[in-house]
Design a protein. Structure first.
Length: 137
């Protein structure tokens, strides 16, 4: 896929933080000595991310996207528990703090994770009780 702009988007509940990784390489992970910066998540993409994660039964996820030369995001994958802390020193975004806030808020709301959103079921992706009853954003 042409283009040199990769997005690593971290979604913790309804909060999203993304990094722009600039490289010609399809797999940017072996060489992080490339330009990496914070990337503001557009509202329409944030809604799409939340919708996909809700349908997958996930409250959090790390999404890999690539921008076309025209700036359109192309989804590559969703990682239910993808790595994100390596971005903190590269972007200055306090991801550890954001993730801790997400965990504390989820626990305080009684959102202990169980599987598939159905009490008593132990298969499927992790989700939190009541997550499907949230109003759309």
């Amino acid at each position: 896929m042409p283009g040199r702009h990769h997005i690593r988007l971290n979604c913790f509940g309804d909060r999203m933080f993304a990094a722009l990784i600039e490289t010609e390489e399809l797999d940017w992970r072996p060489d992080l000595n490339v330009p990496i910066s914070r990337w503001p998540v557009p509202p329409d993409l944030a809604r799409q991310v939340r919708t996909v994660l809700d349908r997958l039964g996930l409250r959090m996820g790390v999404i890999d996207l690539k921008l076309t030369p025209g700036g359109e995001p192309v989804w590559l994958e969703v990682n239910p528990q993808g790595q994100f802390l390596f971005l903190e020193p590269l972007t200055g975004e306090p991801l550890t703090e954001h993730f801790a806030d997400y965990l504390v808020t989820t626990a305080a709301a009684g959102g202990g994770a169980h599987r598939s959103g159905t009490p008593g079921r132990s298969d499927g992706p992790a989700s939190c009780p009541g997550e499907h009853n949230r109003p759309p954003t």
